[in-house]
Design a binder for this molecule. Structure first.
Ligand SMILES: Nc1nc2c(ncn2[C@@H]2O[C@H](COP(=O)(O)OP(=O)(O)OP(=O)(O)O)[C@@H](O)[C@H]2O)c(=O)[nH]1
Ligand SMILES: [Mg+2]
Length: 372
């Protein structure tokens, strides 16, 4: 498949760049590009015109930068940046069976600044935008500059640099991925305790079916919400109880791996549940992450178990307390968005290599590759 994308920002500009990539790109260029310059070397810049082969209209005067050595071959059309010209070029390419894709699909960022631009559209909350945007020119870039200077001046500081990478930078990677995709918080507990009511109350949606009928939720549901600007996927599962119903036991079995891989587990119980029954429910759940016990329906009875958080999902009582308890469970209380962090597999691979048994010279070369 041959694809094309506008790789400069949309909107009026002096110059716009359209990239075409795929096996057909040389053939397509041959159909639409005319030039006095016959130089067809694989990396030649050529001034010429884009001409619509259907009616011989000249669309624009452009500079063509072809890269025929790569697999697949690609080329960049540097045209005038008026939106109308860009639009006509894209329409022409589409008529020639080129698939128009978002720019992210055709560019491979090799600098931290490019990676920030590449990843930012995936950030779902202002805090996550801040955590990514803070990495250039501050954050990761600033750390990199300072580390290159330090290591050049004093090659013996390599072990200290390596220990900073191991202890402070590499662990940020899984965290950043969760900030981008959302942490997973699973709601579990017996039937009819108000799991779905609580999920709906926290997400402001009515996705989970609520009924005064034990076993209402059969399949698990996933709702994205935001707590303290952290994206969180709330997974509402089927109530846990011994059952002979094959559909119900299947949904319970399906929930098990989801519970085991969650970032936090909330065990929701009725406020009247006694301490030994609470312990019994806890015994059925993974020890890690330690489940957060929440006693619901506080509007119906007073709390006999003071150490546990009591709420009323129906009346929305104590929901802020529950939200902050969740942030604590996710270890995000001291989250500092401006601290250096890594956020792409490329950065992760390079930094991992840096922690192996290497010389200061190799370390410097790897550090320089972080910002090609
Ligand atoms: N009084 C009171 N009733 C509540 C509260 N939260 C939920 N309920 C009611 O409890 C019943 C069950 O609520 P659900 O949210 O469907 O319970 P669930 O835990 O999802 O149940 P299953 O899907 O069957 O496992 C409904 O009638 C809710 O209105 C609460 O805080 N107080
Ligand atoms: Mg339910």
């Amino acid at each position: 498949m041959t694809r094309a994308a506008l790789i400069t920002p949309p909107g009026p500009a002096g110059i716009a760049v359209l990239k075409i990539s795929g096996p057909q790109s040389p053939a397509i260029i041959q159909q639409i590009f005319q030039s006095q310059h016959q130089n067809t070397a694989s990396h030649a810049l050529r001034l010429g015109q884009i001409i619509d082969p259907h009616n011989n209209d000249i669309i624009d005067q452009v500079v063509l930068d072809s890269d025929l050595d790569t697999d697949p071959p690609s080329c960049e059309i540097n045209c005038h940046g008026g939106p109308r010209i860009v639009q006509r070029l894209l329409i022409l390419l589409r008529q020639l069976n080129v698939t128009i894709v978002p720019w992210q699909q055709l560019t491979t960022p090799t600098t931290i600044a490019q990676e920030v631009n590449h990843i930012l559209p995936q950030a779902k909350t202002p805090l996550v935008v801040r955590a990514i945007a803070a990495q250039h020119p501050k954050g990761l870039t600033a750390w990199l500059k300072q580390t290159i200077q330090q290591l050049s001046a004093n090659p013996q500081s390599l072990p200290a640099v390596q220990s900073f990478i191991t202890n402070h930078l590499l662990p940020t990677y899984p965290l950043t991925q969760k900030l981008l995709s959302g942490f997973t918080v699973v709601f579990t507990g017996p039937p009819n305790v108000g799991k779905s009511t609580l999920a709906n109350a926290l997400t402001g949606k009515t996705q989970s079916l609520v009924a005064d009928l034990p076993g209402t939720t059969r399949d698990w549901t996933n709702q994205l919400t935001t707590i303290a600007s952290i994206p969180i996927n709330i997974i509402d599962t089927a109530g846990r109880r011994p059952t002979n119903d094959p559909i119900e036991s299947q949904s319970l079995a399906q929930a098990q791996p989801i519970i085991e891989s969650a970032d936090a587990i909330v065990l929701i119980l009725d406020i009247t549940t006694n301490p030994s029954a609470i312990q019994h429910h806890l015994n059925d759940l993974p020890k890690k992450p330690a489940p957060l016990v929440v006693l619901n329906k506080s509007d119906l009875a007073s709390n006999p178990n003071p150490p546990h958080l009591t709420i009323s999902a129906l009346n929305r009582t104590n929901l802020p307390q529950l939200q902050s308890a969740l942030i604590t469970r996710l270890n995000l209380n001291n989250f500092n968005p401006t601290a250096p962090r890594i956020f792409t597999p490329r950065q992760h691979n390079l930094l991992q290599k840096l922690t192996t048994n290497i010389t200061p010279t190799t370390a410097l070369s790897l550090l320089n590759q972080l910002n090609l």
